[in-house]
Write a protein that binds this ligand. Structure first.
Ligand SMILES: O=C(O)CCC(=O)C(=O)O
Ligand SMILES: [Fe+2]
Length: 371
C-alpha cells in the first residue's frame, strides 16, 4: 500500500476513459481483491490520490447501519449543561484498528502553523498534531460533473458517484438569494473521499444527525495534543452535535465546565448556581480504538475538552491515535475556518510504512493543483 501511495505522489494518476459511476459501497468482491471499484479517488483538490476502503472494512462499516447491529451509547448528562453519548465501542476494536492503519496510510495530513493575536500581539502557533479536513458547508454541494444537469441531490451523502468527477455547486436556496454562484473560498473545499463515506454514513445512522464536514487529527506520539477548547463555533449553528471517533492508541479525553461568572454564582441562581458546582470537576474518559463520543445540546457552549500530552510510553507502541470529528457547518465561514486551521498553506505529510513515521512529502497550497 505504501508503494502505491508514494508512487501516487510523483506520477500522474492512471487515466480513466469513462466516468465510473458504480457504487463503491455495495460490492461483493472478495476481501481486498483489487477491482475497478477500488481505483483511488483523485479529485483535483487532493494533493494525491486517496485509496478506496478495502472491501471487508466497507462491509463491516455498512453493517453498522443495519438495525440488528445498532448500538446504544451511554448517556452522560449527570453534570450541569452536559449532554453527551458515549459509545464504548461504536466500531468493533479489530475493525477500528484496521481502519486506523488504512486512514493513517492514505490521508494527506498537515502540520498547520498560523498566527493569532495574544494580548494584542501576533503570535505564531504551531498546531501540536497532524490535521486534515474534507467537506463543504451546506451552502454548496459536490455534484457529478457529467450527470448533474438533471440531478438535484447532495452527493455528499451519496457515494454512488466517483469523487474524481465531482464539482462544487451552489446548493438550491430557499432565501431570496437565488444566485447560483459558488462563494469565493480561500481554500478550495475538498469532497469527502469514498474512503470516509461509509464511516460517515455509519456515524450518521447511529447518532441520528447529518454531517457535511469530516475533520481528522493524528496524534503521532504522546507529545501531540489538543488544548482545552470548545467547538461552539457560530458557523455550526445553535447547540451543534459533534460526533468524535477514536481509532488506534488509547488517549485520555478530558472535559471540564467553563468558568461561571462569579456574580451569577454568588446570586445562587438555580441554573448557573448548579453550573458553578460543576466548575472544578474534570471528567476523564479513556478513549480506546473504536470509541465514539457524541457531544450535543448545551455541551459545547458550557464545557471545554482536551487531549493532554501523554508522558512516558506515549502512544508510540501502537503508532499513534486518529480522531475524526463529524460536524455540520451551515455557512461559508465554517469552510474558511476549517481549511485554514486544518490544511493551511504548509507541506503535505504522510505515513511512511518503511520508516514507520510521518514524512513531509510535498509542497502545500501553492502547488495544490491536479497531479
Ligand atoms: O482528539 C480528540 O478526541 C478531540 C479532538 C477535538 O476536540 C477537536 O478536533 O476539536
Ligand atoms: Fe474539539
Amino acid at each position: 500500500m505504501s508503494k502505491r501511495t508514494l508512487d501516487a505522489f510523483f506520477k500522474p494518476p492512471p487515466k480513466r476513459t469513462k466516468p465510473d459511476t458504480t457504487t463503491t459501497t455495495t460490492t461483493t468482491n472478495e476481501e481486498n481483491t483489487p477491482s475497478q471499484s477500488q481505483s483511488p479517488d483523485n479529485h483535483s483538490t487532493y494533493p494525491h490520490p486517496i485509496a478506496q476502503l478495502p472491501t471487508h472494512l466497507e462491509k463491516a462499516l455498512s453493517e453498522c447501519t443495519e438495525p440488528a447491529s445498532h448500538r446504544e451509547g451511554k448517556i452522560m448528562n449527570n453534570q450541569p449543561d452536559l449532554d453527551c453519548v458515549y459509545y464504548q465501542p461504536f466500531i468493533p476494536r479489530r475493525i477500528a484498528n484496521e481502519l486506523f492503519r488504512v486512514l493513517r496510510a492514505e490521508l494527506p495530513f498537515y502540520r498547520v502553523v498560523y498566527f493569532a493575536k495574544r494580548g494584542g500581539v501576533d503570535v505564531q502557533i504551531k498546531t501540536p498534531r497532524f490535521t486534515t479536513v474534507f467537506g463543504v458547508d451546506e451552502g454548496c454541494f459536490f455534484a457529478d460533473a457529467d450527470t448533474t444537469s438533471n440531478l438535484n441531490i447532495n452527493s455528499d451523502s451519496n457515494s454512488k458517484y466517483k469523487t474524481s468527477h465531482l464539482t462544487l455547486r451552489k446548493a438550491p436556496t430557499t432565501t431570496t438569494n437565488t444566485s447560483s454562484t459558488v462563494p469565493k473560498y480561500t481554500y478550495p473545499p475538498r469532497p469527502i473521499p469514498s474512503l470516509l463515506q461509509s464511516l460517515k454514513k455509519a456515524v450518521e445512522y447511529t447518532t441520528k444527525e447529518t454531517y457535511n464536514f469530516v475533520l481528522v487529527n493524528y496524534y503521532a506520539t504522546g507529545e501531540d495534543s489538543i488544548a482545552f477548547h470548545s467547538d461552539d463555533e457560530r458557523f455550526l449553528g445553535f447547540e451543534p452535535a459533534i460526533a468524535s471517533l477514536s481509532l488506534g492508541g488509547e488517549r485520555e479525553f478530558l472535559l471540564k465546565h467553563k468558568p461561571v461568572p462569579s456574580e451569577t454564582a454568588a446570586t445562587g441562581s438555580a441554573d448557573r448556581g448548579g453550573a458553578s458546582a460543576a466548575v472544578g470537576t474534570t471528567i476523564k474518559l479513556p478513549l480506546s480504538s473504536g470509541d465514539m463520543i457524541l457531544m450535543r445540546g448545551r455541551t459545547q457552549a458550557n464545557w471545554l475538552h482536551s487531549i493532554p500530552k501523554r508522558k512516558g510510553r506515549g502512544v508510540a507502541g501502537v503508532g499513534g491515535r486518529i480522531n475524526i470529528t463529524f460536524r455540520r457547518a451551515v455557512v461559508p465561514a465554517g469552510t474558511e475556518n476549517y481549511y485554514h486551521y486544518n490544511v493551511g498553506t504548509g507541506g503535505v505529510w504522510g505515513w511512511d510504512e518503511v520508516r514507520r513515521e510521518m514524512v513531509e512529502r510535498g509542497a502545500g497550497s501553492e502547488n495544490r493543483k491536479p497531479l
